[in-house]
Design a protein around this ligand. Structure first.
Ligand code: SAM
Length: 284
């Protein structure tokens, strides 16, 4: 497959599912299952749920079936996809287009959940700012399952040009650190390690943690599932984030992207992103 002419966020999220399945930290997942309260149905709220692949995973990975699940996302388009993929209406499952701040404000003295999930999400927001509001969405002693929190390593192999590779990684991470959404700081390239400090500071007891790195390569001669599309999407995202940055010329960036897309098309690109998973418990 050559680099796609157009990119679909929904297809990226669908391709990401199998990669996430291999990456999620199983120790943290087992700790979540062991810590679940006995109450049924379990009330689960997922923030930044995308097209709902975590809900599919809950079903596939022996999470209690008696579930009252709400998935929210700020992007109405992906919420529509999530509803269509899960053939809603369906009892106990709800996807809603609302952002985290809106949800926290609306439920200030409203609903509470037993488990709050945020998967590939906390690195997109100001974690320190949103954590107290997230905790207010939980019952006392409720569980926070925060997964795939990016933690400052993006490696693409084989090396093209060691200096350029290192510079692009550094400025790509800077774009995450400097990102502003609707006038507010949003995200950090070291969210994973920051959460190790921020969660206890917010009163959360850390029950389990571990790494959930994406490690994507051909197995052995071609990529599994739709991983090639996933890689093209990552290169495209990096190129978009770096475009116009004074630390890299557009000629350098275009040549880099063309080479990386070529490596992906030849099943030769290897990609590693360092990420961390956490299970925390809100104060009782
Ligand atoms: C990287 S995607 C991950 C989606 C899904 N968790 C997955 O892994 O397939 C992050 C999602 O968070 C959503 N999002 C970003 N900021 C948000 C916010 N403040 N409130 C709610 N959703 C948000 C985006 O629209 C996007 O769908």
């Amino acid at each position: 497959m050559a680099a796609p002419a157009e990119y679909s966020f929904e297809r990226y999220l669908a391709a990401k599912r199998a990669i996430d399945d291999r990456s999620l930290n199983l120790h943290v997942w087992q700790a979540l299952l062991a810590a679940l309260p006995a109450v049924r149905p379990l009330q689960v709220l997922e923030i930044g749920a995308g097209i709902g692949t975590m809900l599919d995973r809950l079903h596939a990975w022996s999470f209690p079936a008696e579930l009252d699940y709400t998935g929210i996302d700020a992007d109405a388009g992906v919420v529509e996809q999530a509803r269509a993929r899960h053939k809603l209406p369906q009892p106990g499952i709800n996807f809603e287009a609302i952002d985290l701040d809106g949800m926290i404000a609306r439920e200030r003295s409203g609903r509470k959940w037993h488990v709050l999930i945020a998967h590939a999400f906390m690195d997109l927001v100001d974690a320190e700012r949103v954590l107290p509001g997230m905790l207010r969405l939980l019952h006392p002693g409720g569980l926070l399952y925060l997964t795939l929190n990016f933690d400052g390593v993006t490696t693409l192999l084989p090396v093209l040009d060691a200096e350029l590779d290192a510079r692009l990684e550094r400025i790509y991470h800077q774009t995450m650190d400097q990102r502003v959404v609707r006038g507010r700081r949003a995200g950090h390239s070291r969210t994973g390690r920051q959460l190790l400090m921020l969660l206890p500071a917010a009163g959360v007891t850390l029950l389990a943690s571990g790494s959930s790195d994406w490690v994507v390569h051909a197995t052995p001669s071609s990529y599994p599932d739709d991983a090639e599309y996933f890689l093209h999407y990552i290169i495209h995202t990096m190129q978009g984030a770096l475009a116009g940055n004074p630390q890299v010329s557009s000629a350098e960036l275009d040549a880099w992207a063309a080479q990386r897309h070529g490596q992906a098309a030849n099943q030769a690109l290897v990609y590693v992103a360092h990420q961390l998973d956490f299970l925390g418990q809100a104060p009782q």
